[in-house]
Design a protein around this ligand. Structure first.
Ligand SMILES: [Fe+2]
Ligand SMILES: [Fe+2]
Length: 174
């Protein structure tokens, strides 16, 4: 083994000991968020296309199970970190994210309350939720993620991922 790789291994062992939950295998939080964004977008597209009442109801529950833990943990770990920065624009991005989550959550609650899942109202509400979430994801991935990339190191972003997973596990959706 070369001297260089021995040193590198020792350094990573020290780092691992200092941050037991965070090592090189832990993903960057932005990769985790991206994966979850794609999942919820796919569910919303399925809902838009579905004409079966039981399937639409099931999809609404799957969207809720994906959206609620994601948004709550994201607020705690990402938005609160961005709002705590000195940069005013970053703080605005964080507050904007909170507001858009609130609108999505209200629309989701409305969708759940509509008994007839093949009614025009249910379809309309599903479409509005899809538009809201797509718009939100697009803005978040450009504005908030730039703030995160500019202000947090790779290591910090891996730590944020660990915190994000822990926060998500604590969210109750019912
Ligand atoms: Fe997100
Ligand atoms: Fe978000």
């Amino acid at each position: 083994m070369s001297m260089k790789s021995t040193v590198r291994e020792a350094a990573s062992a020290v780092k691992k000991a200092m941050h037991p939950d965070t090592d090189a295998d832990t993903p960057d939080i932005l990769d985790t968020l991206k994966k979850e964004h794609e999942e919820v977008k796919a569910l919303l597209s399925k809902l838009e296309k579905s004409d079966s009442a039981p399937e639409r109801k099931k999809l609404v529950q799957r969207i809720k199970a994906a959206l609620v833990p994601h948004t709550k943990a994201e607020e705690k770990v990402v938005y609160d970190a961005v709002i705590a920065l000195a940069d005013k624009d970053a703080r605005i991005d964080g507050h904007e994210g909170y507001l858009e989550h609130e609108w999505a959550s209200k629309t989701l609650a409305r969708l759940e309350s509509i008994a007839n899942a093949i009614s025009p109202e249910h379809h309309a509400t599903g479409k509005v939720l899809k538009d809201l979430v797509e718009h939100h994801i697009e803005e978040e991935e450009s504005a908030v993620w730039s703030d995160v990339k500019e202000n947090f190191s790779d290591e910090e972003r891996r730590q944020m991922n660990t915190a994000f997973e822990a926060a998500k596990a604590k969210v109750r959706i019912h």
